[in-house]
Design a protein around this ligand. Structure first.
Ligand SMILES: CC(C)(COP(=O)(O)OP(=O)(O)OC[C@H]1O[C@@H](n2cnc3c(N)ncnc32)[C@H](O)[C@@H]1OP(=O)(O)O)[C@@H](O)C(=O)NCCC(=O)NCCS
Length: 131
């Protein structure tokens, strides 16, 4: 059985998240300490099968006007069971009342997020990485 919980209800050990990142081929340079800080400073939702973290997403927010959802990921072995949708539903519930909730995704995932109520914009996404 899959259970979806906020990090504040069921804390995610950094090592479990590192395993999930590895499974989806993301963020090989993120460290245990960095991930711990990230978890403490984000709104975080985890999907659990018993003691195994099988899905994750997080958001950063000012709590009023803006929030950004990041790092939506489900283990390859657990996809197409609606876990991604459950993570998004729980996150949107948690972010209820925020004026604009944004996320970045590849064009091929746009329809997936449209089904959770998101629309694409004509804005250009710009990033500045640490120098
Ligand atoms: C995107 C992701 C989180 C979806 O998780 P999930 O638990 O499989 O999602 P759900 O079961 O709720 O929905 C599955 C549906 O999502 C859509 N979908 C999932 N991945 C997709 C992709 N890469 N391209 C297009 N559609 C996709 C499909 O419609 C799929 O339906 P299907 O199972 O009938 O093919 C998961 O595929 C994942 O972890 N991908 C790798 C990381 C990633 O790209 N994350 C998104 C960053 S913005």
């Amino acid at each position: 059985m899959i259970v979806v919980k906020l990090h504040t209800e069921k804390p995610i050990p950094p090592l479990q998240l590192m395993r999930l990142y590895e499974n989806v081929d993301w963020w090989p340079n993120r460290t245990k300490d960095g991930i711990r800080k990230m978890l403490n400073n984000s709104i975080v939702v985890g999907a659990w099968e018993d003691k195994q973290l099988v899905g994750f997403c997080r958001a950063v927010s000012d709590g009023v006007y803006r929030a950004y959802i990041e790092d939506v990921a489900v283990l390859t072995t657990h996809r197409s069971q609606g876990i991604g949708k459950q993570l998004m539903d729980q996150m949107i519930k948690k972010l209820q009342g925020i004026e604009v909730v944004s996320l970045f995704c590849s064009p091929k995932l746009a329809d997936y997020y449209r089904s959770s109520g998101f629309d694409s914009t004509k804005q250009t996404v710009m990033h500045k990485t640490k120098m």
